[in-house]
Every structure is written in C-alpha cells, then in structure tokens.
Design a protein around this ligand. Structure first.
Ligand SMILES: [Cu+2]
Length: 353
C-alpha cells in the first residue's frame, strides 16, 4: 500500500505533464493581448489575429509635473517664433487602432508574422489670442485616419526545455502610414487655415524601422502559473522624406498569469519604455504649438496592465481565443510639455489553424 502511494506520487507530475500541460492548450499559453510576438507556432500552423486598441490622453506634463494650458501659453518659448511663446495647447487626445495580423510557421523554429493597422486620432486644443498673454480665443479639434505602418517579423526559437522557451524577433516596419496629413486649425489671429498636422497626429514614421525583440516565457508543470519577459525595440533607419526621424524606442515588459482552468487566465504586467525626441524638422510643421517642437516628444514611462485571456477548449468555437488588457501609467517623465496617457485598453481575437 505504502509503496503504491509512493509510486503514484512519483508518477503524478509525468501524468500531469502528458495529459494536461502538453496535450491541452491553455489560455495561459499566450501573453497578455498588449504583447506582440510572444509565441512561436508548430511547423505548418497558421494564426490570424485582430486587435482593437484605444488610448485616452488628457492634461499636460513637463517631466513629472503637471502644467496648465495657460502656464504653457504664458511661458513656454515657441521654436517657430514669432510669436515668442506657444499659442495653441492640446488638451485631450484619443487614438483607436485596428490591428490585423497573420502568423505562419514554415519550421518548428521559425514563425513569420505580418501586421497591418488602421488608425484614427483626434486631438482637442485651446487657442490663446494674439501674439502674447493668456486670453483664451477658443477651442478646435483635428482628426485624422488611415493605415499605419506595416511590420514583417521573423521569430526565431533559440532555446526550449520543458516549458521554458526563448526566442528572438527580427522585424522590419514599412513606412505605409502617411506623414503628410492635414486638417483645419484655429490660429491666434482667429483664422482657420488647413495646415500639415504636428508629429503626434501623423500616422507613420516615414522611415524603415528595425524591430528587434527577445522573449522568454515559462509556465509551471500543471499550467496554472506562467509568465514571461520581453525586450522590444524600434530603431529608425535613416531620415524620412519630410527631413526628420522619430526617436528610437526601447521597451521591457514582464508579466505573470494565473490560470484556474485551461479556458481562462488572469494576468498582471509591468512595462517600462523610453523613447527619444525627434531628430530633424519638417519645415511644414511650424505652428506655435508644443506638438510641432521635435524636442517635446518621447520620454520615459512605467505602466501596469491588468489582463484576462480566454480560450474555448471544446464546442464549435474550439481554439478561438479572446483577450482584454487594461493598461494604466504608474510613473512618467515626459519631454514636455506633452499630453499624458491616462489609460489604454486592448481587446483581441486569435485563432490558429
Ligand atoms: Cu500566433
């Protein structure tokens, strides 16, 4: 009796590994939906995905400090002077992005990935009257929509042992997004010309960007706990047709997830990223507004994400994944004045074939 119990106990982990962890896929096998390129596929497998992301920004910061619109208009020098100080201040911005992706694995070690997107941006502004002072003239909104940049990435498996997996990503972003969008603005002289929109309202980088990444994922034998860590970068190559280069971006993100059942997992994710200022100037982006200053872009941000992943393990929807992630900032140091992000939510669907 005693021997049987010992045998059963010793065999249990292997039985679990065979019957549960390896054969049944789990909601835990994919990272939170805000993470890209987190997994490889088996040879011959396809995956299609759709994500919708919405980001909401309100109020401005210089470094870590909040600043009011009248403080910006009254004191921040205008690089495109005259007027001597900024006259137009963004107060709110929203961005919605629809992302469509496909993955295909020609071998067990290599998964290819293509991702395209459609973006809508809206920015509300306050215009201050005349060449100086803090008298408000009125508000206006600019809006833009269209396709963004398209990425092609190869994910390459480097190491795999039991449930631990390490892979690298080598990607290229193609400049399919416009950088010459225009809209009507309210000037401090109370006119409404159509101008080229400032840098944050454009849809693409205008450059070919190198997208390196390195991802490590792991999970427990019983697939109840899992997690990962990923570095991802955006390295701009050269200068775009309008004579500037967006700042390079580096990001580290790490997540942990708990799966009470293979059909669902809950995740907590921490992210830190840094993005440089813009190098160069588009001569047609010259309004007295902070977003037209190449130095008032980028910064350092830490965020926290709360996610849920779902996977249908049987029935007509078997294999379909649905996921949601809500991300809030916890610390910000912005090259400002610059609008700050309040929250980002991403929902997504994925299905492998
Ligand atoms: Cu996939």
């Amino acid at each position: 009796m005693r021997t049987q119990l010992l045998c059963a106990a010793a065999a249990a982990p292997f039985a679990l590994q065979g019957a549960y962890a390896d054969q049944i896929s789990s909601a835990l096998d994919h990272a939170p939906i805000g993470v890209m390129g987190d997994h490889l596929h088996d040879k011959g497998e396809w995956m299609l995905s759709y994500r919708a992301m919405h980001m909401q920004m309100e109020e401005n910061r210089i470094g870590e400090t909040r600043v009011r619109p009248d403080e910006i208009a009254g004191s921040i020098p205008n690089v495109n002077a005259p007027p001597p100080t900024l006259r137009v201040v963004p107060t709110e911005m929203s961005m919605t992005m629809h992302m469509v992706g496909a993955m295909y694995a020609p071998t067990d070690r290599v998964t290819l990935m293509v991702m395209g997107n459609y973006i809508t941006k809206e920015m509300d502004h306050l215009t201050f009257q005349g060449m100086m002072g803090t008298t408000e003239l009125g508000g206006f909104t600019t809006e833009v929509s269209g396709v963004g940049d398209t990425s092609l990435t190869a994910l390459i498996g480097l190491y795999e042992k039991e449930h631990l997996s390490v892979h690298a990503g080598v990607g290229l972003s193609l400049p399919t997004g416009s950088i010459t969008k225009t809209d009507n603005v309210l000037t401090p002289m109370n006119t409404r010309p159509e101008l080229r929109l400032p840098y944050p309202m454009q849809l693409g980088s205008g450059t070919y960007d190198f997208l390196p990444s390195l991802t490590l994922t792991n999970k427990t034998q019983d697939a109840r706990f899992g997690g990962g860590v990923q570095y991802s970068g955006t390295i701009r190559m050269g200068e775009n047709d309008e004579d500037y280069t967006l700042g390079n971006r580096h990001q580290i993100t790490a997540w942990g997830a708990y799966s009470p059942d293979p059909r669902v997992s809950f995740s907590l994710r921490g992210t830190a990223w840094t993005q440089d200022e813009i190098d160069g100037v588009d001569p047609l982006i010259a309004a007295p507004v902070q977003t037209a200053n190449p130095d008032f872009q980028g910064g350092e941000v830490m965020e926290l994400g709360f996610g849920i992943n779902g996977l249908a393990t049987e029935g007509p929807l078997k294999g379909h994944r649905l996921a949601l992630e809500y991300v809030v900032p916890v610390a910000r140091d912005l090259n400002g004045p610059q609008l700050e992000t309040d929250w980002t939510v991403t929902v997504g669907w994925q299905k492998a074939f």
